[in-house]
Ligand binder design. Structure first.
Ligand code: SF4
Ligand code: SF4
Length: 375
């Protein structure tokens, strides 16, 4: 099997195909600290792409409460258990990836969820890790915790869905790294559903083919961010392009947050797919849990995030989230403002570090009335 370089686990690994990175790689950053699980993103995606027959239980975008929320049921617990011990030596993953742990004769270690596993997308919602007795109050602020994890297809650099497809129906676009399923080639063998550890390909019982998030590529092609990003109420999301590891551009906000400041981390990097949705970890969750989910650098990421007010450039990059429908390829700090530019170098967004504050005089001279609050 070919050996490919995976920067997220800091080593080479086995993958069924040669390394072939796209010209541009679609990437997202989700700030878990800001998500309120309003599910606007899920609904925006559903009404745009999966409102047809056979797609009833399909959520290309879902948001689950960790630790007890799952869609499909127990997806990560199941694959983590199958994979066995996952060891890191500093930044290097020394355990096996799901490609290296594949059973004899198979390309990927996976499992096929049951139909019922998709029946309760809100299972575990708003459930915390501890039980609070009636009348009790938190002694320590973090004794019981939960957080919201928004999930879409990761448009992985090394997709397990693509690796497992016996029909070669799944491909990664050269121009933007979007992973798509060619519906005319797919015969519905569900190998991709079984292989994707994030369970982000779905089988359609009416068309008898598999379907998945398409990164809203018609929007990407005209320089706009996907629907789930544009509609996000909490402004937790930024979509852009992640440069190849050897060509990092510190003026690209995605590169700056992921590669330079290392504040956003991949989800379960130990699976070995080099996923391209990066998460700013929740600041209030025990480190042990977060390390398993986001890798060994989680503590540093949180420390840097907590100090954002002393780092103007990082603050500027984070202020770009949710403030423009357009894809930002470059950004800069200008005085007390964050400025973002599109691929053509045109300014598409300008956000002040501090929201302007206006106070109207108590007495309105023109109308000769006092302005009083009537609550
Ligand atoms: S729209 Fe944004 S804030 Fe609301 S659930 Fe989705 S990711 Fe979270
Ligand atoms: S997240 Fe799953 S469906 Fe998406 S590219 Fe990766 S392996 Fe394929």
């Amino acid at each position: 099997m070919p050996k490919v370089k995976n920067w997220q686990i800091n080593r080479t690994m086995e993958y069924p195909y040669e390394e072939n990175r796209p010209k541009k790689q679609v990437a997202y950053i989700f700030d878990t600290n800001k998500c309120i699980e309003c599910q606007t993103c899920s609904v925006a995606c559903k009404t745009t792409w999966t409102s047809g027959r056979g797609q009833e239980a399909m959520f290309w975008n879902n948001v689950e409460t960790k630790p007890y929320g799952f869609y499909p049921t127990a997806w990560d617990v199941k694959i983590l258990e199958k994979l066995g011990p996952q060891k890191w030596n500093n930044n290097t993953y020394t355990g096996k990836t799901i490609f290296e742990a594949a059973p004899q004769g198979e390309r990927v270690l996976g499992y096929l969820p049951e139909d019922e596993d998709y029946a309760s997308p809100n299972i575990g919602e708003d459930e915390i890790t501890g039980i609070i007795n009636k009348g009790a109050f938190f002694k320590n602020i973090h004794s019981a915790w939960m957080f919201y994890l928004a999930r879409i297809c990761n448009h992985c650099t090394y997709p397990a869905c693509l690796a497992a497809c016996p029909r070669k129906a799944i491909y990664k676009r050269e121009e933007d790294g979007v992973v798509l399923i060619d519906q005319s080639r797919c015969r519905g063998y569900k190998e991709c559903v079984k292989a994707c550890p994030y369970k982000k390909t779905f089988y359609n019982i009416i068309t008898r083919t598999s379907e998945k998030c398409i990164a809203c590529y018609p929007l990407l092609e005209r320089g706009e961010q996907p629907r789930c990003v544009q509609t996000c109420i909490g402004k937790i999301r930024l979509q852009g392009w992640l440069s190849k590891p050897e060509k990092i551009d510190p003026d690209n906000p995605i590169d700056y947050i992921v590669h330079v400041k290392k504040v956003a981390l991949p989800l379960y990097p130990q699976f070995g797919l080099e996923p391209n949705v990066y998460y700013i970890p929740p600041v209030h969750v025990p480190e042990k849990f977060l390390k398993q989910m986001f890798g060994p650098n989680v503590k540093k990421a949180i420390e840097t995030y907590r100090k954002v007010h002393s780092d103007k450039k990082l603050l500027a990059a984070l202020l770009l989230f949710g403030n423009t429908p357009y894809i930002i390829t470059k950004f800069k700090v200008e005085g007390e403002e964050a400025v973002g530019f599109n691929e053509k170098g045109e300014e598409v967004v300008r956000v002040p570090f501090q929201e302007p504050f206006f106070q109207r005089p108590f007495f309105d001279k023109e109308n000769e009335v006092y302005r009083i609050n009537t609550t």
